[in-house]
Write a protein that binds this ligand. Structure first.
Ligand code: ARG
Length: 279
């Protein structure tokens, strides 16, 4: 069976009409680096252990990869987006102060496992393999893997990727990377540390397609004329927050907070703010 086994009618996701004007998408590299420095400086605990996590249990240290609009991205020097806002609301419920650390996506799980970060929240898909390394909270959002191509591309659906001799760009360590590597083959995959870099490689013709989550895909396509998202079958995934296996207590507390924030409409309102359901 091919990878995109859970097939839904395409209109569902694409009709969300998301049109976020994201600064992260078009931000020049120097500016991003400058932002990163400010943000990290402002957020580091200054301890001498080399660890990011502080000893102050009132601080909730969240690891993310802030190049994933609308879930996390920079607005000036601040990391904002759905995950940042939900995490802030969770920290509020727990009487804690949120500290966000921007790291490579594929280092989040190891950092959570080692206790460097209290939790990882990065539009992270729950997979069986990841569940062997970390515990996940209850899901708080849904993601879908889609394919971005140039408007005039010969690639029309997922099957074209199997048939042709194409290069496919992905963000390293993401489910897009894992699925495409397994099913199309390692040789077809070019890995980038940021999703935006994969999209820029598509624009400049270094890769023929990019496989990435649907909401960042929309932001990237909006920011780069000449690209489109294929109307093709895709996977549906759950996003959840990850925790160290030995920190079930925090996972349970966060689940409690998530439940309250779901019941009082806060989660839905945050998602609606960034992904308006009526265009
Ligand atoms: N949902 C995908 C995964 O979990 C991609 C997440 C990428 N997130 C990010 N903040 N860059 O593998």
């Amino acid at each position: 069976m091919k990878i995109f086994s859970k097939i839904l009618a395409l209109g569902l996701a694409l009709s969300l009409g998301f049109a976020l004007a994201s600064c992260a998408v078009a931000q020049p590299e120097e500016e991003i680096e400058a932002n990163k420095a400010t943000s990290v400086e402002a957020e580091k605990d200054g301890g001498d252990t080399g660890n990011t996590k502080t000893d102050d249990s009132k601080v909730l240290v969240m690891a993310t990869n802030a190049y994933f609009p609308p879930y996390e991205y920079y607005e000036g020097s601040e990391i904002t987006g759905i995950d940042a806002e939900i995490a802030k609301a969770i920290a509020g419920k727990l009487g804690m102060e949120l500290q966000i650390e921007d790291v490579e996506f594929d280092s989040i799980i190891a950092g959570v496992q080692s206790g460097k970060f209290d939790m990882g929240m990065a539009g992270m898909t729950v997979t069986e393999e990841r569940q062997m390394s970390v515990n996940f909270s209850d899901p708080y959002a849904t993601g879908i893997q889609v394919i971005i191509v140039k408007e005039d591309s010969a690639i029309t659906d997922i099957d074209s990727l199997y048939d042709g001799d194409y290069l496919i760009g992905v963000q390293q360590g993401t489910t897009g990377d894992i699925y495409i590597s397994e099913d199309i083959g390692d040789d077809a995959v070019i890995r980038y540390s940021k999703g935006n870099d994969a999209v820029l490689a598509l624009v400049s013709g270094k890769v023929d397609a990019v496989v990435i989550d649907n909401e960042p895909a929309k932001a990237y396509v909006d920011a780069n004329p000449g690209l489109k998202i294929l109307e093709t079958p895709y996977t549906v995934e759950d996003y959840a927050i990850c925790f160290a296996k030995d920190n079930e207590e925090l996972r349970d507390q966060v689940n409690g907070a998530l439940k309250e924030l779901t019941e009082d409409g806060t989660i839905a309102a945050i998602i609606e703010k960034y992904i308006p359901s009526n265009g």
